[in-house]
Write a protein that binds this ligand. Structure first.
Ligand code: SF4
Length: 424
């Protein structure tokens, strides 16, 4: 990783990094004379490895089928026929990881799902309801990243460690830390509600840590603190009188506050999460001088785009039927999985391990899932090999440009699913 802006703008290109839902637009690459990636500039460790992997020899060059322990390469046409047959055989199908695709591919996949459901197939889609609830239902105050950077003065990080999930976020939000208003007051304050130590810990002004209580109790305790006349002699949330006073003052004098937290992957967890977040924001806004908004960190790169693509293809009633709360194999005998960073090995989705479940994987890199899949189909990588748009976690749409071509036997997920629709 190199953190400087390139001196020679002729040999470097500004790109959008598709490495996480921050979709950084301040990353550069330098290409050799033969158009091979030489180095990345201003990317984080995660973006750097994402970009380098994408053009490395470990990137899949064509689809392959696994049968009786043997691997066989397939052309795009053969892959289409294989997927079509598997879908015809399946009694029920579940889709995973659509949030890791760029927007047009998501639309093509959702169109395909719609046609499948219209043909009578039982189809479910895993884990989209959480982000849909945020963008569609809640009416929570969402902040844009620009507002957070330019106006934010108090940041509450709640059970999230963006230094790993969105490595450049903290730098962007806090880079003016230490900048003083004309009143002499320091502008940016960081309140951390996090049990474990993380890279954020050293930056905090207040740390509510070592908590042995539920999120609902944390919200309630902070509410009591904000409503109290005096904290004299009090000690709770593992904070002494001095820190309780500071916490009360910071929140009370906030002009533009941000509640930053990670959207849970699981819809059951997300219902609870949404209720805590809603209550927390309400009480913060009751007691602060200005207002608090939410910056929800999504886990898949384009989860927000996913919520838009679902809403544009399906009615609310259809959406209810589509999303599943089933946690095990009983839901489907065929899984169609879009790999992406988070579905590789990090989640270890148990359902993929049921021997009776057949897996069709769309992904570009080796993983535990690719070892189990009946077929693995690589697709053109957005922002590198194909142009499209994606939605940053704050809902702003970002244009992804391509800067190299995919391997000849690799098409975009959008093109693949459009062709699959024609085969229905
Ligand atoms: S923070 Fe995310 S989008 Fe930005 S450079 Fe790192 S991986 Fe890429």
């Amino acid at each position: 990783m190199n953190s400087s802006i390139p001196k020679n703008e002729e040999t470097s290109k500004k790109i959008i990094c598709f490495g996480c839902s921050l979709l950084c637009d301040d990353v550069y690459i330098e290409l050799d004379a033969d158009e091979k990636l030489n180095k990345t500039i201003n990317s984080c460790f995660r973006g750097n490895s994402f970009l380098k992997n994408a053009v490395s020899e470990s990137r899949f060059q064509s689809s392959f089928q696994k049968d009786m322990g043997l691997y066989m390469n397939l052309s795009i046409d053969e892959s289409l026929d294989f997927v079509k047959e598997e879908i015809e055989k399946a009694s029920s199908i579940k889709f995973y990881g659509i949030g890791s695709l760029s927007y047009s591919s998501q639309l093509a996949v959702m169109d395909y799902i719609k046609k499948l459901t219209q043909s009578g197939k039982n189809v479910k889609v895993e884990n989209c309801g959480n982000i849909i609830q945020i963008t569609n239902k809640l009416g929570l105050n969402l902040s844009s990243l620009g507002q957070a950077i330019n106006n934010g003065d108090v940041f509450i990080f709640w059970n999230t460690d963006p230094t790993h999930s969105h490595p450049k976020l903290v730098g962007k939000l806090l880079f003016t830390r230490g900048y003083f208003r004309s009143s002499g007051k320091e502008v940016k304050k960081l309140i951390l509600i996090e049990e474990k130590e993380s890279d954020l810990t050293r930056l905090k002004d207040i740390n509510i840590s070592d908590l042995d209580i539920e999120p609902a109790q944390i919200v309630e305790s902070i509410g009591n603190l904000l409503a109290s006349e005096s904290v004299k002699g009090k000690n709770f949330l593992n904070l002494d009188e001095l820190n309780l006073t500071k916490l009360k003052d910071y929140i009370g004098s906030t002009e533009y506050g941000l509640l930053i937290t990670t959207v849970p992957y699981d819809i059951e967890d997300s219902n609870e999460w949404l209720s805590h977040v809603g209550k927390f924001l309400k009480l913060l806004n009751q007691h602060s001088h200005g207002r608090f908004s939410l910056l929800p960190l999504t886990q898949n790169i384009n989860d927000v785009g996913f919520s838009f693509s679902v809403l544009s293809v399906f009615t609310p009633d259809e959406i209810n039927h589509l999303f599943t709360r089933e946690k095990n194999s009983e839901g489907s005998d065929l899984a169609i999985i879009f790999g992406g960073e988070y579905l590789h090995d990090e989640y270890k989705i148990k359902e993929f391990e049921y021997p009776e479940k057949r897996l069709i994987l769309f992904d570009n890199f080796k993983s535990n899932v690719s070892k189990r899949a009946k077929i693995t189909i690589p697709y053109a990588i957005p922002g590198i090999e194909v142009e499209d748009i994606a939605f940053r976690f704050d809902g702003i749409n970002i244009d992804l440009k391509k800067w190299t071509n995919p391997p000849s036997d690799v098409s975009s997920a959008e093109a693949f699913f459009k062709r699959l629709i024609d085969k229905l």
